[in-house]
Design a protein around this ligand. Structure first.
Ligand SMILES: [Zn+2]
Length: 471
């Protein structure tokens, strides 16, 4: 009896080995990675603008290791976690190239005014009375939650207490190019210029080399920061390698004032004093002439277009098609939520494409594909982060967004770029991965407590309202 059993066991074992060995060998050859996103339409935004139907993305140690057809990727990799993206779009994380994130708490505080009146009568006073580090933290959490929900994985910010903003951003697992605002009058965090420069120096030193946070210096604008201070900022950037984030040529008044005070238009003036460099990011750049567009290109300055904010404050229309034709790196941003009034990059892409068609009376001037590029690979270029983000390519950081495509407003589908830019909404974003970490899964935020954030934001609204009614 034992003999028969032994013989049976031996034959069974041999058979199992024989059958399993090719499968086993294949499995062993497959490289284990942290995460596979499989199925779905992968919109790479790489230089060939590959769109891969039934594609897949493999992620390991926060980076993309492969992008291709699902069958091909599954042959090469096994993963500890697999996200099924069938029927959905898989796109590079969106890049919000210009924000003042804590200003979410001033959403709707004053509308329907021009920049000058809005800023001097409402925003500067409201900031003076309310902005503390605690306020900034709540506003940042609110903005981060809104951005993750909308598929934004990187944002470029300029505000006060930027160290607290960096802290909240890193904790939420979001990528940020974060600039401490320096300006020639006393503000919430620093009352003098030397204090602001000291703060910025510590801030840059503390965060330099962080996987998610790139610390930067953010002189407010050429009309609020003196020439001597702008030169000092450039020297600081040269010494530390910190990027410079600023506003340039947002209004006609700025162009007139700078021309009167310095004898040149803003971009020409900034070029003349040696302020512009390959590390400069300029928001708005609306009122430019051909020479200034050439200077932006020549110095490698990144430009960030904020169509909704510019429309709402009636600031003007940036020459985006002209800048793109001239080879300027152009990204897209929402600006602060007080002038927009949200941080929704989907609206911004839609608006950018339509605004430039209307303004030029040429429907071909900015296509849906080009508009998506502004919010992804173009933004990466404008923020000087092209090597790390902006497209789904092996070697880049794993900032990936999965978007539903089956809502009524997305049915039926012919062209993926048209669908993403003209039909899709922030609420269609399902899952968000940043630096290989899932920060929203199936619309559930994993790094932020949404209910608590809303409660804290509403409580602060009461304080802001009271502060404005008292002199
Ligand atoms: Zn701004």
């Amino acid at each position: 009896m034992t003999g028969v059993l032994n013989k049976f066991t031996a034959i069974f074992a041999a058979l199992t080995l024989l059958l399993a060995s090719p499968i086993l060998a294949a499995a062993q050859r497959r490289r284990p990675v942290a995460l596979l996103i499989t199925g779905g339409t992968v919109v790479t935004m790489d230089k060939d603008r590959r769109v891969i139907e039934d594609g897949a993305v493999a992620v390991e140690r926060g980076r993309i290791v492969a992008v291709g057809k699902r069958a091909e990727i599954e042959r090469q990799f096994t993963a500890r976690e697999i996200i099924d993206a069938r029927g959905r779009a898989v796109i590079p994380g969106l890049i919000n190239g210009h924000t003042h994130i804590p200003m979410t708490l001033f959403r709707g505080i004053a509308d329907d005014l021009d920049l000058n009146e809005w800023l001097t009568k409402y925003i500067f006073p409201a900031e003076g009375k309310n902005v503390t580090e605690a306020f900034v933290r709540v506003g940042t959490q609110l903005g981060l939650a809104e951005m993750i929900r909308g598929g934004t994985t990187t944002y470029c910010d300029m505000y006060y207490f930027e160290d607290a903003i960096a802290d909240e951003t890193a904790r939420a697992g979001v990528r940020g190019l974060l600039g401490e605002t320096v300006i020639d009058f006393p503000v919430a965090d620093n009352k003098t210029w030397p204090d602001a420069m000291r703060y910025t120096d510590n801030f840059v030193r503390k965060w330099k080399g962080h996987a998610l946070i790139t610390p930067a210096i953010a002189p407010h604008a050429p009309y609020t920061v003196s020439e001597a201070h702008l030169r000092e900022v450039r020297a600081f950037s040269d010494r530390t390698g910190a990027p410079i984030i600023t506003h340039i040529s947002e209004t006609r008044k700025e162009v007139e004032d700078v021309t009167r005070d310095h004898g040149a238009r803003p971009v020409e003036y900034l070029a003349r004093i040696g302020f512009l460099s390959l590390r400069t990011v300029a928001a708005h750049t609306i009122h430019l002439n051909e020479v200034e567009i050439g200077l932006l290109r020549q110095y490698g300055v990144g430009s960030v277009h904020n169509p909704q904010s510019n429309m709402k404050l009636a600031s003007g229309v940036a020459p985006v098609p002209q800048m793109l034709r001239a080879g300027v790196a152009v990204g897209l941003g929402t600006d602060g939520a007080a002038s927009n009034n949200d941080l929704d990059m989907w609206e911004e892409m839609d608006t950018a494409a339509k605004l430039h068609k209307l303004y030029s009376l040429d429907p071909k001037v900015l296509s849906a594909e080009e508009s998506l590029a502004l919010a992804t690979i173009g933004g990466a270029r404008a923020l000087h982060m092209f090597d790390d983000i902006g497209s789904l390519e092996a070697g880049k950081r794993a900032d990936i967004v999965i978007v539903d495509l089956d809502a009524l407003h997305q049915t039926p589908r012919y062209n993926i770029y048209s669908h993403l830019v003209y039909a899709t909404k922030a609420s269609d974003v399902r899952t968000v991965v940043i630096e290989g970490r899932v920060v929203m899964r199936d619309r559930r935020l994993l790094t932020l407590n949404e209910a608590l954030i809303k409660q804290k934001a509403r409580a602060l609204r009461e304080r802001v309202t009271r502060s404005l009614s008292t002199p």
